[in-house]
Design a protein around this ligand. Structure first.
Ligand code: CDP
Length: 232
């Protein structure tokens, strides 16, 4: 029997990862950021200059791309890369990730990594685009996080630090909208709101509130780690 799963899906920069991390900590579950796996495959594609899925997967195998438990996060790792988080969030990776994520063999690879790891967890909070629709369609709780494109662009720029001017904000809003268009328009596992998801619009909701609401939804469904559960 698999452990309980909370699926958090939504468009780019809607706050899925930070929210999922906080919900996982509150419940004693483990956070899996599925986007980080697509980003790691994109990093392999960009640095090895290959765009054929078979070659990308061969590169991922050679570099042991995978997930390692760090606290309550399953962190993606790549052999020889010290700061993977930084490496997978460059402009070059972000610009190419939607195209990489549209390739069915790469989606199968990411989904296999996620499904094999959740067998061994006390409970998982997984964020992405297709978690509630494709990866774990019977998840105990599905949340769809959204916010206006301008609010999402503002947060993404704030995350990077520095001053934000209106031209930058307009450019980031356009970049996010283009990624959403690609993610929602692809044939395989498009970004889609699951029919049975709780929708949270975070445009005007504070971070602590959105985490508290999801933890409350989880409590309503009786979600807690099974007693005696191991973390991996
Ligand atoms: O954090 P951010 O919203 O920028 O994106 P992410 O969660 O890191 O995901 C990066 C990209 O991976 C997305 O734009 C999608 O193209 C792809 N992705 C996906 O197709 N399916 C998922 N379950 C997660 C991410």
């Amino acid at each position: 029997m698999r452990a309980p799963v909370i699926a958090i899906d939504g468009p780019a920069a809607s706050g899925k990862s930070s929210t999922a991390a906080a919900v996982a900590r509150a419940l004693g579950f483990v956070h899996i950021d599925s986007g980080s796996l697509y980003r790691a495959l994109t990093w392999v594609s960009v640095t090895r200059r290959v765009d054929d899925p078979t070659e990308i997967l061969a590169g991922a195998g050679a570099l042991h791309v995978g997930l390692r438990l760090e606290g309550t996060l399953l962190q993606v790792e790549i052999d020889g890369v010290d700061d993977v988080d930084l490496a997978i969030r460059t402009t070059a990776v972000t610009a190419n990730v939607s195209a990489i994520a549209a390739m069915p063999p790469l989606r199968d690879w990411v989904n296999a990594r996620i499904r094999e790891v959740i067998e061994r967890l006390p409970g998982a909070v997984i964020d992405g685009r297709d978690i509630g629709t494709v990866v774990v369609p019977d998840a105990e709780l599905k949340v769809f996080l959204t916010a206006t494109p301008a609010a999402r662009a503002e947060r993404r720029l704030a995350q990077r630090g520095g001053r934000v001017d209106p031209a930058q904000l307009a450019a980031e809003t356009a970049t996010l909208a283009e990624r959403d268009r690609q993610d929602a328009g692809r044939a395989t596992a498009p970004l889609q709101q699951p029919a049975d998801a709780v929708v949270l619009d975070t445009t005007t909701l504070g971070f602590a509130d959105q985490v508290a609401r999801i933890v409350a939804f989880a409590a309503e469904r009786g979600l807690q780690p099974p007693s005696g559960a191991d973390i991996l």
